[in-house]
Design a protein around this ligand. Structure first.
Ligand code: PMV
Length: 319
């Protein structure tokens, strides 16, 4: 019998964002999304059974995130009729809860670990659906490479291109190490209920998905850059115009965006995207990574950068 399973799952960033839920209880997204896996931003989770009277969790998560994790485990127990508690030890090699999608890698690692520990033999679709119950973006982190989610009554992700078929680099500009003030679920609800732009966000989303998928298919970097920045700015415009307004950007966030524009002016292809936080991810072609990293690291307010590439295949080991 398997005693414990260790999973390393990678974070991902969406180039076409998921923002808004079709069904909050089921955590089902209102929009499609398209992401890239981040090879070196990983959650490592070891999961086994616990004989203590409750689940034992060791993690960098705050109380609310731990409660969300326990709810996820309750759902697993209910779905597969399991009468056991779990012991879970989890850590991230990047800042937790600050817009680097630690919930994506975290819940993907958990879904993959539970599947292995309980011998469930879930398909990719079922694993993705399970991870989505914990966090919408986690549906995508059960795979590496270029991944999409198509919305449905029980949405799941598919890989559209393996990472090595288009070698791109990602420079993550850390502009704050603090946890974000407003979580994505709460901010999505505010946007959906109060932003005058939310309807347009939904109405124009499929067009962005189609454009981004065509750009990936054609390996057209400029086209992917244009649609990704547009989609990111549209999401943030929707977030900012909710009531109350949520402003995830810091001065350094905007400074990095300007630096990316300056790089493009200087003939270096690069583009930015920003999730629900202040960090900026800059995507470029693998051969330009050093130059782009130097340029982004020099921006005022950038604490440090992480340099990685598109990848993020999960790794699983069994003890
Ligand atoms: O996975 P969640 O529920 O934290 O939502 C993620 C939302 C964004 O990161 C802003 C966009 C996305 O598609 O990942």
């Amino acid at each position: 019998m398997t005693n414990s399973v260790t999973v390393s799952a990678a974070s991902n960033i969406a180039l076409v964002k998921y923002w808004g839920k079709r069904d909050t209880a089921a955590n089902d997204p209102a929009t499609a999304s398209l992401s890239i896996g981040l090879e070196d931003l990983r959650t490592t989770t070891t999961i086994g059974f616990s004989d203590a009277g409750d689940d034992q969790v060791i993690s960098p998560m705050n109380e609310a995130s731990t409660a969300r994790l326990i709810r996820f485990l309750d759902r697993v127990r209910e779905t597969w009729n399991i009468d056991r508690n779990f012991s879970i030890e989890t850590s991230n090699n990047f800042p937790t809860g600050s817009g680097l999608a630690s919930s994506a890698s975290g819940f993907a690692a958990l879904a993959l670990g539970i599947n292995q520990l309980l011998g469930l033999e879930l398909s990719g679709m079922e694993l993705s659906r399970l991870a989505r119950r914990g966090s919408g973006s986690a549906a995508r982190s059960v795979y590496g490479g270029f991944v999409e989610v198509i919305p449905s009554d029980d949405a799941w992700a598919n890989r559209i291109l393996p990472a090595d078929e288009w070698p791109l680099s990602v420079i993550v500009a850390i502009t704050s190490e603090a946890s974000k003030q407003t979580g994505s679920t709460e901010a999505m609800q505010i946007s959906a209920d109060t932003s005058p732009f939310y309807k347009q966000w939904l109405a124009t989303h499929q067009h962005d998905m189609t454009t981004a998928k065509a750009a990936i298919e054609a390996r057209d970097f400029a086209a992917l850059a244009a649609v990704s920045e547009h989609n990111c700015l549209k999401m943030h415009a929707t977030i900012m115009t909710g009531q109350p307004s949520v402003l995830y950007w810091l001065p350094a966030t905007v400074a990095v965006m300007h630096q990316v524009l300056a790089l493009r002016e200087a003939g270096i292809p690069a583009f930015f995207t920003i999730d629900a936080g202040s960090q900026v991810k800059v995507i470029c072609q693998a051969g330009d990574a050093d130059r782009v990293n130097q340029s982004i690291s020099a921006v005022d307010g950038v604490i440090r950068t992480l340099v990685t590439r598109v990848g993020g295949e999960p790794l699983i080991s069994v003890a």
